[in-house]
Design a protein around this ligand. Structure first.
Ligand SMILES: [Zn+2]
Length: 164
């Protein structure tokens, strides 16, 4: 089953400052499925509940929340979380079917992923190395907004040059 595969891959993004939140329960095919697949944590462990939108892409996305949650980037660039999860999912599974998507969704998920992907040239190894580098910078500067300035984008809002 692919969950194990994504969970194993996600370990490449952990380290002394980034601890994977163990996923102790995965509910698929819920008799009363929620619309959106979601990841939830009590602080120590995590649960994933498959929704009506479950795909390989959303599965990989939710697994990466277990990496992001305990990272310095979560502390200082929390609004980038969905973009990092999308980036991981896209590297694992490929791009989601494109089509018309709501602007709020694009600003929170799709565009941050595109910004990260452009910096990494869509390359897995480059993404791993940037992930650790940006986490290191987060630990050093401890300033919210540092990644926005570095990448020229504010998730949920848009490109910095367009906002000023
Ligand atoms: Zn998410």
């Amino acid at each position: 089953m692919t969950w194990e595969h994504y969970i194993r891959e996600a370990q490449h993004f952990t380290g002394p400052d980034i601890k994977f939140v163990p996923i102790v329960e995965i509910t698929l095919r819920d008799p009363n499925p929620v619309p959106g697949t979601c990841w939830d944590t009590d602080g120590k462990t995590a649960r994933i509940r498959g929704g009506t939108d479950i795909t390989l892409h959303t599965m990989a996305h939710e697994v990466f929340h277990s990496v992001f949650h305990n990272s310095p980037l979560h502390r200082y660039a929390e609004h980038w979380g969905e973009g990092f999860c999308e980036m991981f999912a896209t590297l694992m599974v490929g791009h989601e079917a494109t089509g018309s998507i709501p602007i709020d969704y694009a600003l929170k998920y799709r565009l941050p992923e595109r910004v990260i992907s452009r910096v990494c040239n869509g390359d897995y190894d480059e993404f791993v190395s940037r992930w650790f580098r940006w986490n290191q910078i987060a630990l050093e500067c401890r300033k919210e907004g540092f990644l926005d300035r570095l990448l020229g984008f504010v998730p949920g809002r848009g490109y910095l040059h367009a906002l000023s």
